[in-house]
Design a protein around this ligand. Structure first.
Ligand code: ADP
Length: 495
């Protein structure tokens, strides 16, 4: 019963003793002795097996049962009686003492046997012992059930493994993380089922190592889900002492997936800013010779025009020059974009009229759109929609998104650009009717250097995200395969 913790009963009910014997006189004696020796008992009686079972169904703690009953053997009554009332104990009453009788009684599940020629204090002591055992078992069960409930309501993952590293217990939280339920997890090999292969050696070492407490970090996942959905768990293990062969190893786990992701992002940012400095120095070193090369190409091209050669030869040479020029252009673009991403520069904060800015970018790309057979639809208001930010950078954002949209429409299509105000934000949406983005690609489009294009740099959307982040805004990209993509950027108006 997860989610509820039973409270201890405020008053413990009276201990109940059931005497089962058809000899009324003996029953009276037994009742008198026990009631006299153990105060506060509730004592009931039954003259045969059938009546005994009917009474037992209402619950009892200790039954004293004659071996010889009119309808059944007392020995055969032990099991149904104990089943009727959990944790109960049965004392067998016999007429003669022999080792065989004693062994037989204990084998059949009796707590002890009592001779009909009992001494009162002996009987009292035996009944007291049996009651003590029942009481202990009840308390233990109560404690265990409270622990079980705690384990279920807690937010940490809990498991217990047997000697073969098979699951003896797994709480609901842990089970649901691997798409199962505790009952189904029970008995499964823990490592092989849920610990990813690369982490198994570490987990195995932690489980087998010396010392009782141990910490280890592993992935934890339903093997049928992708690696991106895996959680990282920090486990604290408590192993049984070596002397206890059959004891369980307990593990408590805390989900540290988000913490690790944050650490990784911080490390990425640090690496990027370290790279920024390096990149800026490199840019100077590379840009100058590149510019010189562009100049030389230009001259070469002019000289080719004047060259006294066959037209065919000249055309072939000029083609080569063009290819070199294109490649240098690509290098230059990569350099510029990389610098944009890596440079730790602040942003300006001025009122930016977003509709005007989007109009400008669309005018700029109009030719390129025409060349591709793309129709541009503008849903752009005249006034309002002024965001606070860096005009040049927001223009860069718009260019990158519009260029991606155009490049996605190889067979022509429609590009719809809209700008509107929503609450305290200016929202720009660029929608295309291109090939769309596959779901597994969609997860990576903002990663630096991720590209699916032959001549792509994979930096366009990283730059978009960085600039939008700097403005305290949001960028979302949505797509359905074959139905184009939609990029939505919202920038605070910052009033
Ligand atoms: P690049 O354009 O150099 O590849 P980006 O960071 O701008 O770099 O884009 C990364 C990837 O995202 C692209 O290679 C492409 O696969 C995908 N992508 C971005 N925009 C679109 C779009 N409008 N339609 C389809 N795919 C897109």
């Amino acid at each position: 019963m997860p989610g509820s913790i039973p409270s201890l009963p405020a008053v413990r009910p009276k201990a109940r003793v059931l005497i089962v014997d058809d000899n009324a006189e003996l029953v009276d004696t037994l009742r008198a002795v026990i009631a006299g020796g153990i105060p506060g008992l509730a004592i009931e009686t039954a003259a045969n097996g059938r009546a005994a079972l009917a009474r037992a169904a209402k619950g009892f703690d200790v039954a004293i049962v004659d071996v010889k009953l009119p309808d059944v053997s007392g020995v055969d009554l032990i099991r149904p009686l104990r089943e009727a009332s959990p944790f109960s104990e049965v004392l067998l009453l016999t007429g003669f003492a022999s080792v065989d009788a004693a062994i037989g009684a204990l084998r059949s599940g009796a707590f002890a046997f009592v001779l009909k020629s009992f001494r009162p204090e002996e009987l009292i002591s035996t009944v007291e012992q049996a009651l003590g055992k029942v009481q202990l078992k009840r308390e233990r069960e109560e404690l265990e059930s409270r622990y079980r409930d705690l384990v279920e309501v807690t937010d940490v993952l809990v498991f217990a493994l047997d000697n073969d590293d098979k699951v003896a217990l797994m709480n609901r939280k842990a089970a649901s993380m691997v798409n199962t339920v505790p009952e189904a997890a029970s008995g499964k090999p823990f490592l092989e089922t849920w610990i990813p292969e690369e982490d198994r050696a570490a987990m195995r070492a932690a489980l087998a190592g010396t010392g009782r407490a141990y910490e280890v970090e592993t992935g934890f996942a339903d093997p049928s889900v992708g690696t991106t959905a895996r959680r990282r768990i920090r486990w604290h293990l408590s192993r049984p002492p070596r002397s206890e062969e059959r004891a369980l190893t307990y593990g408590i786990g805390i989900d540290i997936t988000e913490r690790r992701a944050l650490e990784r992002r911080a490390a990425d940012a640090e690496a990027l800013s370290a790279m920024g400095e390096l990149a800026m120095n490199l840019a100077h070193e590379i840009r100058n010779p590149l510019n010189a090369a562009v100049l030389q190409l230009h001259l070469l091209n002019r000289n080719l025009d004047r060259l006294d050669a066959e037209e065919l030869t000249r055309a072939a040479l000029k083609d080569r020059v063009r290819i070199v020029g294109d490649e240098i252009g690509r290098l230059n673009r990569l350099l510029t974009e990389f610098l944009e991403l890596a440079r730790p520069r602040g942003i300006g904060r001025e009122p930016v009229h977003v509709p005007r800015l989007v109009d400008e970018v669309l005018d700029l790309e109009e030719e390129s759109a025409k060349g591709r057979g793309v129709k541009i639809v503008r849903d752009i208001p005249n006034g309002g929609c002024v965001a606070l930010g860096d005009r040049e950078k927001l223009k860069q954002v718009t260019i990158n998104i519009v260029v991606n949209a155009l490049e996605a429409m190889k067979q022509g299509g429609v590009l719809t650009a809209s700008v509107k105000q929503s609450g305290e934000k200016v929202v720009m949406t660029i929608q295309d009717s291109g090939q769309g983005i596959e779901p597994d690609v969609l997860a990576s489009v903002f990663d630096p250097f991720f590209t699916t294009k032959e001549a792509g740099t994979g930096l366009g959307l990283s730059i978009v995200r960085k600039i939008v982040d700097q403005h305290g805004g949001d960028v979302v990209i949505e797509s359905e395969r074959g139905h184009g993509a939609r990029v939505t950027v919202s920038i605070p108006m910052g009033r």
